[in-house]
Design a protein around this ligand. Sequence first.
Ligand SMILES: NC(=O)c1ccc[n+]([C@@H]2O[C@H](COP(=O)([O-])OP(=O)(O)OC[C@H]3O[C@@H](n4cnc5c(N)ncnc54)[C@H](OP(=O)(O)O)[C@@H]3O)[C@@H](O)[C@H]2O)c1
Length: 256
Amino acid sequence: MTDMTTANFSGRAVIVTGGGTGIGRATARTFAEQGAQVLVVGRTAARLAETAADAPGIRPLTADVSAPGAAELIVNTAMEAFGRVDVLVNNAAVVRQTPLGDIRREAVEEMLAVNLLAPMYLTQAALPRLSENAGVVINVSTAIGQRGWPIPGTELYAALKAALDTLTRSWAVQLAPRGVRVAGVAPGPIATGIGHHQGLDAEQIDALRTTLIEHVPLGRLGRAEEVAFWITQLARPEAAYTTGAVLPVDGGALVG
Ligand SMILES: NC(=O)c1ccc[n+]([C@@H]2O[C@H](COP(=O)([O-])OP(=O)(O)OC[C@H]3O[C@@H](n4cnc5c(N)ncnc54)[C@H](OP(=O)(O)O)[C@@H]3O)[C@@H](O)[C@H]2O)c1
């Protein structure tokens, strides 16, 4: 009898950007545990090496997804290593504070380049390969992109994720005839990512954590593995009738 826990992605090749930490690391490991070969991409070699440790199916690629030519480099590296690309997970992102009154150009440009333009170019570069294999693109969004948010500072981050959701829906429609599915997950507050908000001190991060939990009906932060679970589920062949959806994985934050 086939072991379904390891057979789902056997023979499949997956790219996960931002695979050195948090949700990306959990996603890469979940795919690898289910038989996939995974290319993890990030800027910090040591983090990627930790993701790949004890996981023979995971290969690291140190690259800045927003650099010119990065999209082609990533897809070419996956093709050289695995000979195919079946799943692309656009997960790498940065959070920069941009409250009205203190919107700085470099913060805006960095978030635009990493959070929106890089997924666009990478999807474009991967598309010919994905089309060959009835492939899947999963864009990692955020629950706060789908509602108004009272805390100043992350609204541009949220707006760029909302733009990514729009691409998810339109690409899903446009790529359906080519057999490529496109979906998203919209995490609520996940424990691993809270400390990554640049520009906040420890006290502000504590306050943010408390406020975030107040917005979550389930009353806790999520775990990276709980997001990775749905990313891999959406990529499975059994999810073949799902495209264009952006799934909240947020403890009920959107409906609460
Ligand atoms: N944690 C949350 O509460 C939460 C909630 C909603 C949505 N999300 C989304 O979930 C995704 C993962 O976030 P996370 O929580 O796991 O945070 P994270 O640990 O900060 O992960 C982001 C990853 O992206 C990589 N990265 C950043 N800029 C990059 C670049 N220019 N090129 C290549 N890699 C880059 C980082 O590695 P290097 O710095 O080493 O490059 C890091 O591994 C993001 O899309 C985020 O917006 C998170």
